[in-house]
Design a protein around this ligand. Structure first.
Ligand code: PAF
Length: 376
């Protein structure tokens, strides 16, 4: 039986915990950062820590202890444990964090990852993959994800945080190193024709070990390292699909991340700078600016080998703004609460790739400067 480990208790991290609770996936939550005392003690004990290894209680009030699901039903969530723990190979470790939080969070986990459990990165913007590869190495089983689920954290009257699931979306998942995961998952999904429910479709990948034991065996009668790793990734996908469906496996996750980058590059800075909910950017007054941001995005993406059609990109942005309607974007919320924003990983990424490719991107450059100026 596999287990989900969730680092960080932002809205999406807490939504994953809520999905795990709801769908009876065993899970453990961890704060994003530990005091050095906890880290040192945990590292000393990393040969035999258990899921119950407590050193002290993290700042509980910032971690939602209750979730309200889409149907309005509320239920409690486990608290976070105060130190990293050694994780088995069939477990999944998720980092639903901001790109700028990723390096320090991942570093704390390095002593606990000898068994090479699958690590899943889930953040807005780009740059996370490079950070993770530099720390974990090219050989590590790594999945990248992007999600469109809506969730927010609310403070209750008793000062405790509550997670509210505000909009059903979907998650796209994939591996740059193993781009053929869809075919592998499908080959183990032959009974899915008889099961229309999305949860049932992948559930059996978790219940049986066949994924790790059978298939085309090499001359030695053993699975190759690559095939074993692919199967480990498919099982991680099945666990995430059970936790927070629907999850789609993508054969081109990089393209999916670029596509989400365009959405964030428009909605996030415009809503933050103008103090408006997402739907507001559908107003005609924003159309010229949206056109300029997207045109620059398309030019830079193409120079980086990712082809996008300008009008399709603009349509997608408007579609997401409408679907998330009255929600305030994550960047809007960061500015409201005076937290560091993700501008460097979003429009800043477009600007830095443009520089490398010798492309002029004045609109994105100005947005980066203006969003940064909001917090000085
Ligand atoms: O960052 C966000 O807020 C979200 O990714 C999105 C899609 C812009 C919706 O608010």
């Amino acid at each position: 039986m596999t287990h989900l480990h969730i680092v960080g208790s932002g809205a999406i991290g807490s939504l994953l915990a809520a999905g795990a609770e709801k769908h009876k996936v065993t899970y453990t939550r961890y704060p994003r950062a530990y005091s050095s005392l906890h880290r040192d003690e945990a590292t000393k004990r990393c040969d035999k820590p258990t899921l119950g290894t407590f050193f002290s209680t993290p700042n509980e009030s910032s971690i939602p202890n209750e979730a309200t699901w889409l149907d309005g039903h509320s239920f409690p969530l486990h608290g976070a444990i105060a130190s990293p723990t050694k994780i088995d190979a069939d477990h999944v470790l998720m980092f639903p964090l901001k790109v700028y939080q990723l390096e320090s969070a991942l570093r704390q986990w390095l002593p606990f990852l000898h068994a090479k459990p699958v690590v899943v990165l889930l953040q807005n913007g780009m740059g996370g993959h490079e950070i993770a590869r530099a720390l974990l190495g090219d050989d590590y089983p790594l999945l990248l994800a992007t999600t469109s689920h809506g969730a927010l954290k609310k403070q209750r009257d008793d000062a405790q945080q509550q997670l509210v699931y505000t909009g059903l979306g979907s998650t796209t998942l994939g591996s740059i190193k193993h781009p053929n995961l869809c075919a592998l998952a499908d080959s183990f999904n032959t009974d899915s024709l008889f099961k229309t429910d999305h949860l049932l479709k992948t559930d059996h990948l978790l219940e049986t070990d066949s994924l790790l034991e059978t298939g085309s065996l090499g001359k030695t009668g053993k699975l190759s390292k690559t095939e074993r790793e692919s199967r480990q990734l498919v099982r991680a996908y099945a666990l995430l699909n059970k936790t927070l469906p629907p999850v789609a496996l993508s054969n081109n996750i990089l393209h999916a991340l670029w596509s989400k980058l365009a959405v964030n590059a428009v909605i996030n800075p415009l809503t933050a700078l103008n103090n408006v909910p997402n739907i507001a950017i559908c107003d005609e007054s924003y159309s010229e600016q949206i056109h300029d941001i997207c045109q620059e995005f398309v030019a830079v993406a193409r120079a980086c080998g990712e082809y996008f059609d300008l009008s399709e990109v603009k349509d997608k942005v408007i579609q997401v703004a409408k679907a998330t309607g009255s929600n305030f974007s994550s960047m809007h919320q960061d500015v409201q609460y005076k937290r560091e924003t993700e501008i460097d990983a979003i429009n800043g990424y477009i600007v830095s790739m443009a520089k490398k490719k010798g492309i002029s991107v004045p609109t994105n450059t100005l947005l980066v400067e203006r969003v940064k100026a909001l917090l000085v």
